[in-house]
Design a protein around this ligand. Structure first.
Ligand code: GLA
Length: 734
């Protein structure tokens, strides 16, 4: 049997080898379709062997016809250079480049022509296409790499730059990808934010000229803007309709994404590491590999695109994405820095009493000469504080084990407070300008991860925690400062390498950590969601979306993250932020990896009972929430209530979450909400769960309806001021 994947490879090879002749020059035109199950990106050489991107969108049924696409465009002299597959600068192309170089001899021109290609089949789903481009005048080459995930319709694209010139070449720009999209108008949905207000969406039509989304913060790259975005083509896509491309950089340091509506009214998209203050000196024979730019496309709207990305992330990117997660109790908001061994032992009992899997000890457990009793001291000194923890972490881990719960711990290993032993011992390990006053972000500075010794030190923090406490079951990795006064004593004359080598150094450490501890769950945190990207998430099981855990705010924040990241990776904690009742808080936190950060002993009997019951329900439903398909039903931005659901792969079970987001008079769900993703032929029982003990649901006890009805007419969860949050469990009735 020839699988869809094999057919795709075969057709690609046929096209590639069936060269055809155009013009008098008899140049060979090579067409390279990069196909996934539903989509195609088509590259083609022109008569001068320049590689062009001639198509991006839904696959054509007849793959032979890819060769005909470019002929349909009547070009003027200049529009012929707009769609380079990787735009060089300093020669014929005068638009925004993907790559800019200064050759060893000082020349600034670059031309890149097609030389060869190779496809490696990694498995039935994944293949890697590498296309080599070379400068005819210099010994300089770029490999364009396209890793396609066929079933998921996802592509990761990056480039590898190398030269054999007679000296060092300076790379002034080095994009990961350069796409060319054709459409009747383009709408960009982008995200801005700050501490406690991550992932605030804005959507606007792109006009001619360049729109840039970038960060120069060094660390906490997503603090003010995420690299994740959507582009709708022809008209703004909706949840279930329209053409939409999702893109994001897999990179945790400075990034830059340019969106240029060009003179031909098409969209040139260039994404990569930010080249600001980052010229890179490349020695002969050295490879410069960019991080991947990730993208998926759907002509069935934003929901379909996000399901593709979510299933890709679970299967291929985040650690143990198809596995389980621990529920937990965190002590950050219940104690802040104020705790001791006795208090923590109480909290271990509370963890058991609440019925969650793990206790997570947050900030404040370390530092002796400079005790970590506030955020102004101790970072860098990762020894237990003897006053707070006279018997060390070890005794807590033991106690937790005796209580039948697991133990996890917070670290912020990339950072140092000036009030620390580390800072005084290794001033050269700190990023700071030697001749300027220090500037702090949260009273701290960033360690110089470009330095391999610092990498060893940071790896050692994690490693020694595990060596001393083999039963340690969870790590929360935080990162609370940006890079001010960028200067590395280690890099010496190559200061402009700092941001790039920082990112690479960070990934070296994380990769070492994962090589030794492949499956331990770890949360990626950055003073909230200051670092949520798939570059880092390949080493983590989950991320912390925001320090803002006010549940009404979280409905919006989680909603927006969910377009790009699967629920299993979203750490959602029930806290005391806001005024919503415990039910609302728990219901919102259930849409992900559920945790608590409250004083359990202060819960009323009714509240504790509710939590116990909700945890039981979560246990039944977590597999659907973590691994099922997510459908957004009704947006919080335009409605009184937000509504979304998760469905298992057999379409036999689903859970629907509904939250009142508008507290004005008489607000609520007046009309039924249509469900999605069910089997129209199947019959389902719809019942409300997560009710307070003794409460009766207004939707009744025995509502059985077909999938057809539930998807065409819908069900009214009856959300209103008296029922601000409603969770419905949907089970197939046989
Ligand atoms: C950051 C994190 C919080 C908490 C504190 C501890 O702000 O986002 O969750 O861990 O640090 O200092």
């Amino acid at each position: 049997m020839i699988t869809a994947y094999k057919k795709h490879i075969v057709s690609a090879l046929i096209l590639v080898s069936s060269l055809f002749i155009t013009g008098v020059a008899s140049a060979q035109i090579i067409t390279i379709p990069v196909e996934t199950q539903h989509n195609a990106l088509v590259l083609q050489t022109d008569a001068d062997k320049n590689l062009k991107m001639v198509y991006f969108g839904t696959r054509l049924s007849n793959t032979d016809e890819y060769t005909q696409i470019q002929k349909m465009y009547k070009q003027s002299d200049d529009s012929g250079v707009l769609n380079d597959a990787y735009t060089p600068s300093g020669s014929a192309n005068l638009v925004e480049p993907a790559i800019t170089v200064i050759h060893a001899d000082g020349n600034t021109s670059l031309n890149l022509v097609y030389v060869s290609q190779a496809i490696t089949k990694i498995d039935d789903d994944v293949s890697l296409l590498t296309i080599t481009l070379k400068d005819p005048a210099y010994d300089f080459e770029v490999k364009l790499c396209y890793k396609t995930f066929f079933k998921e319709d996802v592509t990761e694209q990056w480039s590898v730059i190398e030269h054999h010139e007679k000296g060092t070449v300076t790379l002034s720009k080095f994009a990961s990808a350069n796409l060319y999209l054709k459409g009747d108008g383009f709408w960009l949905k982008q995200y801005h934010g700050n501490w406690a207000s991550e992932m605030q969406p804005e959507e606007s039509k792109l006009m001619h000229g360049i729109k840039t989304i970038d960060t120069k913060l060094g660390t906490r790259a997503d603090l003010y803007t995420s690299s994740a975005f959507m582009i709708s083509m022809d008209k703004p896509a909706t949840e279930d309709e329209g053409k939409v491309l999702y893109g994001a950089m897999e990179w945790s340091a400075n990034f830059k994404e340019d969106f240029e509506v060009d003179p031909a009214n098409n969209l040139r998209l260039i994404a990569g590491m930010n080249n600001a203050a980052s010229e890179y000196h490349l020695k002969p024979g050295e490879e410069f590999t960019t991080p991947a730019f990730l993208y998926t496309y759907s002509d069935h709207g934003k929901g379909d695109a996000s399901r593709k990305l979510q299933s890709w992330a679970r299967k291929y990117k985040i650690v143990d994405g198809e596995g389980p997660r621990f529920t937990l109790l965190n002590n950050w908001e219940s104690t802040y820095f104020d705790f001791n061994e006795d208090k923590l032992k109480e909290l271990l009992k509370d963890t058991k009493n609440l019925g969650v899997d793990l206790f997570l000890l947050d900030d404040g457990w370390f530092g002796n000469k400079y005790p970590r009793n506030g955020d102004n001291a101790g970072l860098g000194d990762w020894q237990e504080n003897k006053k707070k923890l006279p018997n060390g972490i070890g005794s807590l881990v033991k106690e937790a084990t005796a209580d039948g719960v697991k133990f996890g711990i917070w670290i912020e290993p990339e950072m140092v407070n000036p009030a620390s032993d580390l800072y005084h011992k290794h001033p050269d390990w700190v990023i700071k300008q030697p001749n300027r006053p220090e500037k702090y972000f949260r009273n701290q500075l960033v360690l110089d991860l470009t330095n391999p010794k610092v990498q060893d030190y940071v790896f050692g923090i994690v490693d020694s925690l595990f060596i001393k406490n083999p039963a340690l079951a969870y790590i929360k990795w935080d990162c609370n400062a940006v890079i001010y006064n960028a200067y590395s004593s280690y890099l010496k004359k190559d200061q402009s390498h700092l941001y790039i080598d920082y990112g690479r150094g960070l990934y070296n450490v994380m990769a070492r950590m994962r090589a030794k501890y492949p499956k331990v769950p770890m949360m990626l945190c950055s003073g909230g969601g200051g670092r949520v990207d798939y570059g880092a998430l390949q080493y983590f099981t989950e991320y912390w979306p925001s320090d803002n855990t006010e549940p009404l705010e979280r409905v919006y924040i989680q909603w927006e993250y969910s377009y790009f990241f699967p629920a299993i990776a979203s750490s959602n904690h029930v806290t005391n932020w806001g005024k919503e009742p415990i039910k609302y808080r728990v219901d919102v936190a259930m849409m992900g990896r559920l945790g608590f950060d409250i004083v359990v002993s202060k819960l009323s009997g009714q509240e504790l009972d509710f939590c116990h019951q909700a945890l039981k329900n979560y246990d039944n439903l977590k597999d659907i929430i973590w691994h099922g398909d997510q459908y957004r039903l009704q947006s919080p931005w335009d409605n009184d209530a937000a509504s979304l659901m998760y469905v298992n792969s057999l379409r036999s079970q689903a859970v629907v979450f509904n939250y009142l987001v508008n507290k004005r008079y008489n607000s609520g769900t007046k009309v039924p909400i249509r469900l999605k993703g069910l089997d129209p032929q199947k019959k389902y029982q719809v019942k409300e769960i997560n009710l307070y003990a003794g409460a009766k649901s207004s939707i009744g006890d025995n509502l059985v309806l077909t999938g057809d009805f539930l998807m065409k007419v819908g069900v009214n969860p009856d959300v209103n001021e008296g029922r601000t949050s409603v969770v419905l469990q949907v089970d197939e009735v046989k």
